[in-house]
Design a protein around this ligand. Structure first.
Ligand code: NAP
Length: 322
């Protein structure tokens, strides 16, 4: 079958290990099901995989992709939940020490078909297109959990979203707006700042600029480049939720003094549960909020999508269709 996969790793030139080609049809083990992929979306995770982050050499070749929407074996329209937990695990799947994401241990979604545990699908509301639904399982689910589970934010609270152009960041802005929050966003790029306003941010700023007020919470995915500013932007007792470190994991100043003196809470967040994915799909269904899609490409042109993400030339999600 058609598949987009990693054949080797390179930190310098990650796209050198990317193959757009053919892989054997998957055989679902007992308790797993085959999903026919209609649309899949690209995440920074897929670029990390090509750099050998989170993926072992002995797992190659590995079909990339965490996110998909498609048809189950009975022809029902579904969204794939990308977190594969141990069959013996019950409760919050993101806390299972044996969990993995599709494309880490099990083959990913950039293919005609993907096999997943039968419990890893949720119904796709008819109001969402396959392209929109394919944006949800990683970036949008991560954003949902950051704001409403880990951040515990309520209508009227204020939030700062760093790096407005990213897949997670655009989801954060849209979902924060849908949840009645006051939204500040930063971006290095003027065009992206304008688009963040169109998405519903109340005010936008250059990366690192002083905000007009201290906020209840900051949503961090950028890491090193914005960490200090994130800590300084919080009110006493505020919450910093972090789910990524695109610019690097070692900030020049960890701001430890400010963290304890202002009694800030720093909370990690990773993906989300299947129940949160179902709650997210129904929030979009009822609110009318929709994923921001930068571009839709046929999966055969996946390399162009990877190149755009590697260059940071993206606002919202890149979606591949079959
Ligand atoms: N923990 C999880 O479950 C989880 C899930 C999804 C993603 N993630 C992580 O979250 C991060 C974002 O993922 P994504 O898919 O949204 O990636 P993305 O679409 O590539 O977004 C990255 C954004 O980071 C900002 N940025 C990058 N380098 C920067 C720098 N040097 N200074 C300031 N801003 C910088 C950019 O914003 P501007 O250009 O607007 O400034 C860019 O739009 C990645 O590290 C990813 O691995 C984690």
């Amino acid at each position: 079958m058609f598949a987009v996969y990693a054949e080797s790793f390179s930190t310098e030139d990650p796209l050198s290990g990317l193959v757009v080609g053919e892989r054997p049809e998957p055989e679902p083990p007992s308790g797993w099901t085959t999903v026919t992929v209609k649309a899949a979306s690209l995440n920074h995770h897929d670029l990390w995989s090509l750099k050998g982050v989170g993926l072992r050499e002995d797992a190659l070749p590995m079909t990339l992709g965490c996110d998909a929407a498609g048809l189950d074996e009975d022809g029902n329209e579904i969204v794939v939940h990308a977190v594969v937990s141990d069959p013996a695990w019950s409760g919050d799947e993101t806390l299972d020490p044996k969990r993995s994401l599709l494309s880490e241990r099990y083959q990913g979604t950039f293919a005609d078909k993907v096999v997943v545990p039968s419990r890893n699908v949720v119904p796709k509301p008819a109001s969402l297109s396959f392209e929109e639904a394919a944006c949800l399982p990683t970036a949008w689910l991560t954003a949902y959990r950051m704001l409403y589970t880990q951040g515990g934010l309520k209508p009227g609270d204020s939030v700062l979203v760093q790096g407005a152009g990213g897949g997670v960041a655009t989801a954060l802005i849209t979902l924060a707006r849908a949840g009645g929050l006051r939204v500040f966003a930063t971006s290095r790029d003027e065009g992206k700042r304008k688009r963040a306003l169109e998405l519903g941010a109340d005010e936008v700023f250059e990366s690192g600029a002083r905000l007009p007020q201290r906020v209840d919470a900051v949503m961090e995915t950028v890491g090193k480049a914005t960490w200090s500013h994130s800590v300084k932007s919080l009110r006493p007792g505020g919450t910093l939720v972090i789910s990524g470190a695109t610019s690097g994991p070692n900030p020049d100043n960890a701001e430890l003094t400010r963290i304890f003196f202002l009694q800030l809470r720093v909370i990690g967040s990773t993906m989300g549960t299947r129940a949160e994915l179902a709650a997210l799909t129904s929030l979009l269904d009822t609110s009318g909020a929709r994923p921001v899609i930068d571009r839709v490409l046929p999966m055969e042109q996946a390399r162009d999508g990877f190149a755009a993400m590697a260059e940071g030339d993206v606002f919202g999600k890149i979606v591949f269709t079959r």
